[in-house]
Design a binder for this molecule. Structure first.
Ligand SMILES: *[C@@H]1O[C@H](CO)[C@@H](O)[C@H](O)[C@H]1NC(C)=O
Ligand SMILES: *[C@@H]1O[C@H](CO)[C@@H](O)[C@H](O)[C@H]1NC(C)=O
Ligand SMILES: *[C@@H]1O[C@H](CO)[C@@H](O)[C@H](O)[C@H]1NC(C)=O
Length: 378
């Protein structure tokens, strides 16, 4: 029988515990799943955040990237799949939550496209290679920008339906993911020396390319579209390394670069305004903003409570050198670079992309956030 003293200390502990948890933001319940939406297909447009194997199949340049070799893929697949992580990506967890298999990359000629297609290409941009070249911004690994991906999608859609009515019927149970895309337009510009002010001037054009893509998929018959925003790039090892400074006021309380994070917010705000406009234009289509920024911030703030190493939230697992275990000249996959012992206790896999565990947590947060907005009846 519990003594009074024990009961009191139990109550005290319970109170302490509950006030402790009040300090935390709510954790995703893990209970929600996308199965209630009854999606039969998912179509993904985007870049390395969601490429499940296109870049490495596209040509010799893609095949020569480190994404085609271990240690990429080592934790989950045991081999490289073209995913820019040690394992699965957010889109893999989204597909799983919807009760669907992994999305086959478009470039996989033996792929099974019965449940959708993944058009995302690592390194791709929202603006075309030509438009970027006119701004002296290189596209180092691929020319498969958003418009190229949309052309590929159009060919596929035309093969599954013919009339407009046909397509509406065929695609009403599909989920369309338009992005994340645009991050590389900014990455290439910033990392080759353009100022944040200059890059800010690209934002309206990048947002227009994304909204044009949303209009195009709606034209194909899309009924549910998720449009993700950009990450807080000032918290990523690549930017923390490239823009490292002794000026302490350049960092926020979590030691992320303030100006770069406000740049991401600037893009995300414009994107959200554009989405509001699209919703007015297409009242019968469900268009949802995917808040990757908040999802990542949540992860970053709660990392230590959900199994990540507290000391390494800003360190790459696969990389070498410097305060962030990242070097611009010797990145993951280069000779002599080793991998940390427990990749899934770190947020960053290679300084640019996240680990499987980080993507899994972000996907859970995101699913919780978007599910009510998708208005699935089931
Ligand atoms: C910061 O200051 C130290 C010591 O003065 C100097 O060695 C280092 O190069 C500086 N780093 C940057 C990024 O300016
Ligand atoms: C330090 O960083 C802040 C915030 O980015 C900036 O306003 C300030 O001009 C910087 N100071 C120096 C000496 O570079
Ligand atoms: C940093 O990189 C080294 C060498 O590549 C690796 O052995 C180590 O585990 C990494 N550290 C962290 C904290 O990820």
């Amino acid at each position: 029988m519990a003594s009074t003293k024990n009961l009191v200390s139990t109550l005290v502990l319970a109170t302490l515990a509950s006030s402790f948890f009040l300090l935390l933001q709510p954790l995703p319940s893990n209970a929600r799943s996308l199965t209630s939406c009854n999606f039969d297909r998912i179509y993904q447009l985007g870049d390395s955040i969601s490429d499940t194997g296109n870049l490495i199949r596209e040509g010799p340049m893609g095949a020569a990237t480190p994404f085609a070799r271990l240690p990429y893929g080592q934790t989950y697949f045991g081999s490289a799949t073209g995913r820019c992580s040690n394992g699965r990506l957010m889109i893999d967890f989204i597909a799983k939550s919807a009760g669907l298999p992994f999305l086959s990359p478009y470039m996989n000629r033996d792929g099974d496209f019965a449940h959708g297609v993944n058009y995302a290409v690592a390194g791709s941009t929202a603006l075309t290679t030509e438009v970027l070249a006119r701004k002296n911004i290189p596209s180092p690994v691929t020319r498969s920008s958003l418009s190229v991906q949309l052309d590929r999608m159009s060919t596929h859609i035309n093969s599954i339906c013919t009339t407009e009515l046909d397509c509406l019927e065929e695609l009403k149970a599909s989920l369309f993911m338009v992005g994340e895309i645009g991050g590389n337009d900014y990455n290439y510009a910033l990392l080759q020396g353009k100022s944040i002010g200059e890059v800010k001037r690209m934002v309206p054009e990048v947002v227009r390319a994304i909204t044009a893509a949303v209009r195009q998929v709606i034209g194909y018959g899309a009924a549910r579209v998720v449009v993700p925003g950009n990450f807080p790039i000032g918290c990523l090892p690549i930017y923390l390394t490239a823009f490292q400074t002794n000026n302490s006021s350049a960092y926020d309380e979590r030691h992320c670069l303030k100006e770069l994070n406000s740049f991401s917010k600037y893009h995300n705000n414009q994107l959200q305004q554009a989405i509001q406009q699209l919703k007015r234009e297409y009242p019968n289509v469900v268009i949802v903003y995917g808040d990757y920024y908040q999802a990542f911030q949540w992860l970053f703030q709660n990392a230590q409570y959900i199994g990540f190493s507290q000391s390494s939230t800003r360190k790459a697992c696969c990389g070498a050198g410097g305060d962030y275990n990242f070097s611009l000249v010797k990145t993951c996959g280069a000779p002599g670079i080793s991998v940390c012992q427990h990749p899934n206790t770190l947020l960053s896999w290679d300084g640019v992309h996240l680990t499987e565990e980080a993507y899994k947590r972000m996907a859970e947060w995101l699913i919780d956030e978007i599910l009510p907005k998708l208005h699935c009846s089931g």
